[in-house]
Design a protein around this ligand. Structure first.
Ligand code: NAD
Length: 291
């Protein structure tokens, strides 16, 4: 079994970006500038945004964090987005999800200028991605493709089963795995909460990408020998033995499934760190495209 080490691979990618940024500086060019908008004080969101800002510092990007209170009106947030769209110094920005309930998430994502949409959530980018056009690929699916590619996992002609059809992971992943090109050319089955006999389907899979958010959902008796496992899930499970009171669990029962797998991502240290690295990569692409 080979561990798909997202921590190491993401560090490699960050180092490649750092080299590109140093070269930009040496040529006297502007370095990429990423902004993040955080509405409210959700614990997990604060952690994610903090990691994104630190990653920017590491690679030499400029970064701006816009923190707004829970009570921010939708109109106010839309105005903030308008300001970022118009600010020529900002190459790309993200609005950290989830947003408070009184704000229409779709309206907010639609307001982001697609050329600065480094999360790849705007319909224009999603549509372009589906049509093999130049776009920003959402960071988590982009990170998964990179892991598969860099570990030379064969995907061509393989049966890939995706569990979960979210707009940010499952749905784009199902499209990308079926496309022509590296880490593509797979035969894809997209499964979700209405899928019947899920384990009959997963037992036929060469590659399983799990993104549903149920800790240790995928068990060894649901997979075949030699399967490739990509675990996207991140859940906080109460654990008194941990100082912070919880443990991070993926969607895969790692101990038992890893015994049958040929490749597997750990949680933490798999897909999670790749997501941040690919957000940086998209920001670098935004700078290059907007230069
Ligand atoms: P989501 O929470 O929006 O949706 C869950 C999906 O799972 C739905 O499409 C639903 O149909 C499907 N589902 C639920 N129960 C099912 C069942 N019994 N059988 C089959 N399908 C079922 O999904 P999301 O936003 O993609 O998040 C999924 C998990 O991935 C969460 O734990 C989230 O925290 C994590 N996540 C991690 C990263 C990362 O960087 N590693 C990024 C995004 C999301």
């Amino acid at each position: 079994m080979v561990l798909l080490d997202g921590k190491k691979t993401s560090n490699d990618i960050k180092d490649e970006i750092k080299v590109a940024v140093t070269a930009m500086k040496e040529r006297g060019e502007k370095v990429p500038h990423l902004a993040a908008v955080l509405v409210g004080s959700d614990g997990a969101s604060l952690t994610y945004v903090g990691s994104k800002v630190r990653a920017c510092e590491y690679v030499g990007f400029d970064s701006t964090l816009v923190e707004l209170p829970d009570t921010t009106a939708e109109e106010e947030l839309l105005n903030t987005i308008k300001g970022l769209n118009e600010n020529e110094d900002i190459d790309g920005f993200i609005v950290q999800l989830p947003l408070p309930k009184h704000i229409d998430e779709q309206k907010v994502l639609m307001a982001v200028n697609p050329n600065k949409d480094v999360d790849g959530f705007h319909p224009e980018n999603f549509g372009k991605m589906a049509l093999d056009m130049e776009s920003f690929i959402p960071a988590t699916p982009f990170g998964i493709l990179q892991l598969l590619e860099r570990y030379q996992v064969e995907t061509k002609g393989k049966h890939t089963v995706v569990i979960g059809r979210s707009h940010i992971v499952g749905r784009p992943m199902s499209i990308l795995m079926s496309q022509k090109g590296p880490a593509g050319n797979s035969t894809v089955t997209l499964t979700h909460s209405h899928t019947k006999n899920l384990s009959e389907i997963t037992k036929q899979a060469d590659i399983i990408i799990v993104a549903l958010g149920v800790p240790e959902f995928l068990k060894a008796d649901m997979v075949k020998e030699g399967v490739v496992i990509i675990d996207v899930g991140i859940s906080r499970v109460p654990d008194a033995s941990k100082k912070r009171g919880y443990a991070i669990k993926g969607d895969v029962a790692f101990a038992e499934v890893s015994e049958k797998a040929s490749f597997i991502t750990p949680v933490p240290g798999g897909v999670g760190p790749m997501t941040i690295a690919m957000l940086l990569k998209n920001t670098l692409l935004a700078r290059e495209r907007n230069a």
